[in-house]
Design a protein around this ligand. Sequence first.
Ligand SMILES: [Zn+2]
Length: 175
Amino acid sequence: MKNVKLFLPLVPILLLIFSIPLYADEIGKGVKVTFLGHSAFKIVSPKDVVIYIDPYLSKNPKTPAEMKNVEKADLILVTHGHMDHMGDTLAIAEKTNAKIVVIPELGKYLNKKGAKNVAGMNKGGTLTSHGIAITMVHALHSSSVTEGDQDIYAGDPAGFIIRFESSCHLEISNE
Ligand SMILES: [Zn+2]
């Protein structure tokens, strides 16, 4: 949402518990992170679980062309409903049957749009899927889905703490 961008810089913060370089391919303990532009990331866990964060890819001018087509995804984590974060979530989930992890209100919206594998969760909760523990945490931002001139309520924005099989932790806070 352009008007939001004017007031809140879109700064993806990738805070690693271990002192590992930002945007490195291999961040440690077998976790691979690929920055896909804007706030989108692909993460591959030590046991090859493929996680997309805020997959704004097809219309993202900063996503490398070879990364726009997603063949495999197990989990999609979406921080909030703005299109430059929710992006291709529905299309990727339909193609791969990836589980979409979101706050419940955004989950309801995605269900209405045809998503079948949505795990709604709330802040403070932890969901474990594919051996990956995902905790939803608070984030300071706004969240809605814009359709035409309508802004549809999409719950609170959220961040995530991801705990991988190798005990590596990653905190995501995309605004
Ligand atoms: Zn936003």
